[in-house]
Design a protein around this ligand. Structure first.
Ligand code: CA
Length: 231
């Protein structure tokens, strides 16, 4: 089945160019010119495998579209790449508030965009590090990899798709130090990027959300992070 990409963009010329280029790469596409239409299409079967979401839309903010996608259990695991003209918003877009998986800033090159799309789809399609199915228990933490759900002391914790991936990877490699570069590459799909502060921000946020289980994620000064060996 075709990988389906939902393009959310109100400039028709840009939509046409994106459709052309994505289809040439073998992707199926759908397009929404408004946020309202995007929220309709994202819930319609077959659901998109990825959403390319412009921040500035005529009827509502792309941020609100992203929030609503993340708030609905039927769509929360669909990866979102935000398109923004403003680099200063990037930190907030990725993860902290909105849970977008990645971003590109306008004006972007089609080539850059295609690389981002491929990286996000690859991360999503990557096999888990072990083949355990059903919830796994680790101390006060319970993780259901299939359902993308996490509980601490039986309380369900709301994690973004990115935070879940981060936790899942740290847990799978527990007891082993993971450098910021490795985390950037494997969780974010970014290679050779020096912006390791992104990792620190997300680990901090993840710890806060995990509450009593937050201490399982240890900081190894000057190196990176390690999930504790035993609870
Ligand atoms: Ca726009």
């Amino acid at each position: 089945m075709d990988t389906l990409i939902l393009i959310v963009e109100d400039e028709p010329d840009l939509v046409a160019s994106l459709e052309y280029n994505l289809q040439r790469e073998g992707y199926g596409t759908r397009a929404a010119l408004t946020g309202t239409r995007a929220l309709e299409l994202v819930r319609r079967d077959p659901k998109p495998d990825l959403v390319l979401l412009d921040l500035m839309l005529p009827d509502m903010s792309g941020k609100d579209v992203c929030r609503q996608i993340r708030a609905d259990a039927a769509t929360r695991d669909i990866p979102v790449i935000m398109v923004t003209a403003r680099t200063e918003e990037v930190d907030r877009i990725i993860g902290l508030e909105l849970g977008a998986d990645d971003y590109v800033t306008k004006p972007y090159s089609i080539r850059e965009l295609m690389l981002r799309v491929k990286a996000v789809l690859r991360r999503r399609g990557a096999p888990p590090d072990d083949d355990a199915t059903g919830p796994r228990v680790f101390g006060r933490l319970r993780i259901d990899e299939d359902a993308h759900r996490v509980w601490v002391d039986d309380a369900l914790i709301e994690l973004t798709a990115l935070e879940f991936r981060l936790l899942s990877m740290l847990l799978a490699r527990r007891g082993r130090v993971q450098t910021r570069d490795v985390l950037l590459e494997e969780v974010w799909g970014v290679r050779g990027d020096s912006n390791t502060r992104t990792v620190d921000t997300h680990v901090k946020r993840l710890r806060q959300k995990l509450g009593a289980a937050g201490s399982y994620v240890e900081t190894i000064r000057g190196v990176g992070y390690r999930f504790t060996d035993r609870p």
